[in-house]
Write a protein that binds this ligand. Structure first.
Ligand code: C2O
Ligand code: CU
Length: 491
């Protein structure tokens, strides 16, 4: 403004230090140029309810033309007309009411990935609710118990429906959030498989071989846009809340060698932050990261997606892809101290008296040669549920006997990951999705509260789930009530 550059550089840290001190009182002022995240910002679902503790939104699933890059349009399956669907924002402890209507040509549901909902709200067709037919409606209504970034997607033919564009983010904020970074944006990563003729690749392309691998899209998207642009003031921290909503693709991100400080994961903040040069997210996982991009004013740095080895044929002939541009603003660099490390007390889940569950991810072939995934050799349609009682703690040992990695996701409950000696992995964090790499074993501990029902677990490579890599956890149900799950093909 009126100050020469040198004076401005000296004054700004002083102001920033002051803002830092006030951060716990009021949310600190932005350190970024105005409109810094305009190139990516998601539409927010308007809250129709004046009660400050109730968020009420309308979500309409419908086919709509979307433009993922200039001139690149496709008739997608959308929530409220966009890819991704609108950002739903609530505060921890709020009641969320979603008036859902289905104007798609097929039945669908909404699943609230990672939220500890009652079973009736879990969105699994014929288990927690009937599928919502074309023209039908359903009201999702639940309290949101944990802060963090979550997401929503259908649970009917999920590989196809997510692949056509049905996913969105749900941000649960904590009014006492300790993170002293005022500039925050939500980034939904995904990909989409276009045929170059204005339509989608068929969701069954490549037959069961395509299923066995997991079909990836050919356009990488951040908040539904190809290579969008974010503006950054050099050195000023930004908080990115990231979810991998792709149906098969793992994202391995790098920021031209600049670090990511990971402060949170699936279920809110970590025990303590970790610094990363590459941020890896399996499908379904979330990350809460702080970045402070630096560079010459007016220059660009690029967030790139590196091929990630998720098994046979996943890195050969793959190239690095540009995902998002970060343009360094012409403003004076920020020189304040980095935000203090956030700490969170997380109790390790006690394994005393825990029961053991051992499962194997397997692949077989039917008589006709078609590939089929299974749990302990049995595909979903025929497998028996894992059973548990409310109040029980279980240690799951998950061994992957296949050639591809599988992000294991459990509905309804958080777990903690254990090392191979059964000790908790630090920093402690609450997870609902964890990658089980090919040829490896992952252990986790889960304690069940009192929400009886049939809870699903599955690989979040959705082609794999539809190809048999799913199972059921029956919590607090008399075993005789279990009727098998030869329900809808491809939940
Ligand atoms: Cu996001 Cu059944 O999952
Ligand atoms: Cu898988």
């Amino acid at each position: 403004m009126l100050y020469p550059a040198g004076v401005r550089a000296a004054v700004i840290p002083a102001i920033a230090a002051l803002c830092g001190a006030l951060a716990s009182v009021a949310s600190a002022e932005s350190l970024q140029p105005s409109g810094w995240d305009r190139g990516v910002a998601l539409a927010v679902a308007p809250d129709l309810n004046p009660d400050p503790h109730v968020v009420e939104v309308n979500i309409d699933a419908r086919v709509a033309a979307v433009e993922i890059a200039p001139g690149e349009r496709v008739d997608a399956w959308t929530y409220n007309g966009g890819i991704p669907g609108p950002l739903i924002r609530v505060r921890v402890g709020d009641r969320l009411v979603v008036h859902f209507s289905n104007h798609l040509p097929e039945p669908t549901t909404m699943h609230w990935h990672g939220i500890r909902v009652p079973i009736q709200m879990d969105g699994v067709p014929d288990v927690s609710q009937p599928p919502v037919p074309t023209g039908g409606t359903f009201t999702y209504d639940f309290v949101v118990p944990d802060a963090g970034l979550y997401w929503y997607h259908p649970h009917v033919m999920s590989a196809a429906q997510v692949g056509f564009g049905l996913y969105g983010a749900l941000l649960v904020e904590d009014p006492n959030d300790p993170v002293a970074v005022s500039d925050q944006t939500v980034l939904v990563l995904s990909d989409i498989a276009l045929d170059g003729k204005g339509g989608f690749e068929p969701p069954d392309s490549g037959g069961t071989t395509g299923m066995a691998f997991g079909r990836e899209g050919n356009h990488l998207l951040v908040n539904g846009r190809e290579r969008p642009r974010l503006v950054a003031r050099a050195g000023a921290p930004q908080r990115w809340r990231v979810v991998n909503a792709a149906k098969s693709r793992f994202f391995q991100l790098e920021l031209e060698g600049q670090p990511f400080t990971r402060i949170g994961g699936d279920g809110g903040l970590l025990e303590y932050p970790v610094q990363l040069e590459a941020l890896v997210l399996a499908p379904g996982e979330r990350a809460d990261v702080i970045v402070a991009p630096t560079g010459a004013p007016g220059s660009d740095i690029v967030v790139r997606a590196y091929p990630f080895n998720r098994g046979f044929g996943s890195v050969e002939y793959r190239s690095v892809e540009d995902l998002m541009t970060v343009s360094i603003a012409e403003a004076a660099p920020h020189t304040g101290a980095p935000p203090p490390a956030t700490k969170r007390t997380i109790e390790p889940t006690s394994t005393d008296g825990a029961t053991n569950v051992a499962i194997e991810f397997t692949m077989g072939q039917r008589e006709n040669g078609a590939f089929e995934y299974g749990i302990n050799g049995v595909p979903f349609a025929k497998n028996h549920p894992v059973t548990a009682r409310p109040g029980e703690t279980q240690i799951w040992t998950i061994t992957n006997k296949t050639k591809w990695s599988h992000p294991f996701h459990l509905h309804g409950f958080f777990f903690q990951v254990l090392d191979d000696k059964g000790r908790p992995v630090h920093p402690l964090e609450w997870k609902d999705t964890v990658n089980v790499p090919f040829d490896q074993t992952v252990r986790l501990v889960v304690h069940y509260d009192d929400r009886p029902g049939s809870w699903m677990f599955h690989c979040h490579v959705l082609d794999h789930a539809d190809g048999g890599l799913m199972g059921m956890l029956d919590l607090g149900l008399p075993s005789s009530t279990h009727s098998g799950h030869s329900l809808h093909q491809g939940q």
